[in-house]
Design a protein around this ligand. Structure first.
Ligand SMILES: *[C@@H]1O[C@H](CO)[C@@H](O)[C@H](O)[C@H]1NC(C)=O
Ligand SMILES: *[C@@H]1O[C@H](CO)[C@@H](O)[C@H](O)[C@H]1NC(C)=O
Ligand SMILES: *[C@@H]1O[C@H](CO)[C@@H](O)[C@H](O)[C@H]1NC(C)=O
Ligand SMILES: *[C@@H]1O[C@H](CO)[C@@H](O)[C@H](O)[C@H]1NC(C)=O
Length: 342
């Protein structure tokens, strides 16, 4: 709310300045017709541009093609809901009954703590006031690289290309050290859940994807007392990530990805597709790397020699085929680009 007011104020100040300047220039060119140093045409054009800027002041995108643009594809417009908020904040920390009971079934939590109490504890620890991701840069073209973990990144030499993006989103155990030439070295946001956590470099925002109440409690514990060391597997009891670098993926957004984008396929969405749909909401341009099998059909991670990885594709937890149909369709309508590697 505060940022919003500040932004409105900024726009208003600009508007007043602009009107003042325009009227001054117009009257100037009237009175001194012979020495009109600024053509009226230019003023008109400027005012047209300004009108556009104000019209799109929500988050004006200056890319040639903006991912969230409506009216380009009916398929996209049916699925994309701009009002869905990807991150949990103190203001939107609420799940309607349907969403809450769905969320509880994800990992069949037996005796979850009261969710409202958990939210309260959570926002004692992590920032809950504004959505830092959306507030940061308000004008321009935000280019994002979403980097999956596929072995197709090996010998791709995508590193510098990936690092040239404003945001670089990675997920789960993904390392960069030792793989920079292929996967790059920059990370701005790293998507994890407690069981997939890896220690992050300084200044990397951790985006926690909560699949259960315990995951939210873990964030509190891991940054304070360190009492939780086990969920259904051992998890790190302490993490070094700075509290103000922790973002929480909104559980309702997980359901939106499943309902709207995956049309209910799979029990719940993979971290990969959750990152992709997230990026559609916070970025202006989206490039995908490291998604899908390698050219020999293997599903191993780029840092492992394990061609049988990808067993998850058969468990029915995620519907990998449907998810990849969604990303290929997004690419086919030019909403995103997919770099297939090798
Ligand atoms: C889009 O999301 C908002 C906020 O969650 C919701 O109220 C609305 O019904 C959704 N619209 C569609 C078309 O699903
Ligand atoms: C949390 O609080 C809201 C009201 O703010 C209430 O509607 C909801 O039922 C509560 N949820 C839980 C899980 O207690
Ligand atoms: C982290 O961010 C701070 C403040 O923006 C900056 O001064 C510092 O150099 C950054 N550290 C690294 C390792 O990028
Ligand atoms: C996705 O699946 C639909 C329905 O099965 C099919 O018609 C379409 O061709 C697929 N799209 C891509 C890009 O694979």
């Amino acid at each position: 709310m505060v940022t919003l007011r500040r932004r409105t104020l900024k726009v208003l100040t600009l508007l007043v300045l602009f009107i003042f300047l325009t009227s001054f220039l117009l009257s100037y060119s009237h009175t001194t017709a012979t020495t009109a140093w600024l053509p009226k045409q230019l003023v008109l054009e400027l005012s047209e541009r300004f009108r556009k800027l104000v019209a799109f002041s929500r988050r004006p995108c200056t890319c040639a093609r903006c991912v969230g643009e409506q009216g380009v594809s009916a398929w996209f417009d049916e699925r994309f809901n701009r009002s869905m908020q990807p991150l949990l904040t103190a203001k939107n920390a609420f799940l309607d009954e349907d969403t809450y009971s769905w969320w509880l079934t994800l990992q069949r939590e037996k005796q979850p703590h009261d969710l409202n109490d958990t939210f309260k504890e959570l926002f004692h620890v992590v920032p809950g006031n504004v959505d830092p991701l959306l507030a940061k840069k308000s004008v321009g073209c935000r280019r994002c690289a979403v980097v999956g973990n596929s072995g197709n990144l090996r010998e791709s030499w995508y590193g510098p290309h990936i690092d040239s993006h404003d945001f670089v989103l990675r997920m789960n155990k993904a390392p960069t050290m030792g793989f920079e030439a292929d996967v790059g070295s920059k990370t701005t946001h790293h998507f994890v859940y407690p069981e997939s956590f890896r220690e992050l470099a300084e200044n990397v925002s951790m985006v926690l994807v909560p699949f259960k109440t315990l995951d939210l409690e873990w964030v509190v514990s891991a940054t304070t007392t360190g009492t939780i060391s086990h969920t259904y597997v051992p998890v790190p009891s302490k993490i070094k990530v700075r509290k103000d670098q922790i973002l929480i993926y909104h559980p309702a957004f997980i359901k939106y990805v499943l309902d709207s984008w995956l049309q209910g396929h799979g029990r719940y969405p993979s971290t990969g597709i959750l990152s992709v749909i997230f990026s559609l909401h916070v970025c202006d341009e989206v490039d995908l790397y490291g998604f899908g099998a390698d050219s020999r059909g293997n599903w191993h991670h780029y840092w492992e020699n394990n061609p049988s990885a990808g067993a998850f594709r058969k468990t029915g937890v995620h519907d990998g085929d449907f998810e990849s149909n969604v990303t290929t369709t997004l690419a086919s309508i030019h909403k995103i680009r997919i770099f297939k590697g090798r």
